[in-house]
Unconditional design. Sequence first.
Length: 176
Amino acid sequence: METANGNGKIMLVDDEIAICELLAKRLAAEAFVCRTCESGAEALEHLQQEPFDVVISDLRMPGMSGLTLLEEVRSRFPHTGFIVATGVDDVRVGIQAMKKGAADYLVKPFEPGAAVRSVYGVLEKRRLELELQTYRQRLEELVEQRTKQLQAAMRRVEITYDETLEALAASLDLRD
């Protein structure tokens, strides 16, 4: 969802507000509109009030963890992209997040440019998914329309067949 004054809306969730502010500045330079939140609960409140294109969340936060937030976002807001960020440089954590629906995984300290590239990648993936969904919907509508046309044609064939049989029967009656 491209906004009137930017490339999209990004929500940054981290209990370390300095990280959010740094990333928000970098994303704002790319014409993204950013909102920062210090907890998963705060992020869910804002998501209920307005849509966001991408959520970038720390995994380890007090209260609601990033994985719990990921599960909530994926179930409630399925069209919102999700990127996890964490200081734990363990591939298994990234795999676990990806299995739960994260679109990407960033290891802290991350280069802001890498985060920007990740956001663009998630937005492109999201755009393609929406395009595919629209294509499928149009295809289903076309199939439904053609099915109705085929059913109508089959009814006309049946009527024509019945009329032909009646005409043949009538001609046999006249011949007798």
